[in-house]
Design a protein around this ligand. Structure first.
Ligand SMILES: [Zn+2]
Length: 161
């Protein structure tokens, strides 16, 4: 059995974003940021060009997605612990006695339970799958996205197609 794949991870597939996560059911990190870097990998059969997927197209799709997160505050829309509500032009995030108020335009609300690198990788993979569309996915067998949160520290999400 043999397999082919392509993977992109470029200096421009980075996004600087703020977040804070909850953990152990009752702990919440202070607000902080990361210079995240995303990588995407596609596996599948070779097409008539002997490609799995065109690198240029893959880089562009990935960059378009991470650009939407760049210079934003990332908040989870599905958290059971952090309450996130829109108040006019602002978004209010509440955790116990902590209350953060952000301008709406500075925030990206993500349909995830926690803004861990794992959940960000899953969200990016879903967006990438959507961006590739049905024709783009032809011949592909798996998609994998990695999110590096700091040097030597990354999470990944992989999905069979
Ligand atoms: Zn963090």
């Amino acid at each position: 059995m043999s397999a082919y794949g392509v993977r992109v991870e470029k200096d421009h597939t980075v996004f600087c974003a703020g977040h804070f996560i909850t953990y152990d059911g009752h702990e919440c990190e202070p607000l902080h940021g990361h210079n995240y870097r995303a990588a995407a990998q596609l596996e599948g059969s070779l097409d008539e060009n002997f490609y799995v997927f065109d690198f240029t197209r893959l880089k562009k799709r990935l960059k378009d997605i991470v650009d939407r997160l760049d210079h934003r505050m990332l908040l989870p829309d599905r958290s059971e612990l952090i309450r996130v509500e829109a108040e006019g032009d602002h978004v209010v995030a509440t955790y116990k006695d902590k209350r953060y108020v952000f301008p709406r335009s500075d925030v990206v609300l993500l349909p995830i339970p926690n803004t861990t690198a794992e959940m960000l990788a899953r969200w990016i993979a879903g967006q990438l799958r959507e961006a590739l569309g049905e024709t783009g996915l032809t011949g592909l067998t798996a998609i994998q996205v990695e999110v590096e949160e700091s040097f030597g520290q990354r999470a990944l999400y992989r999905e069979d197609l």
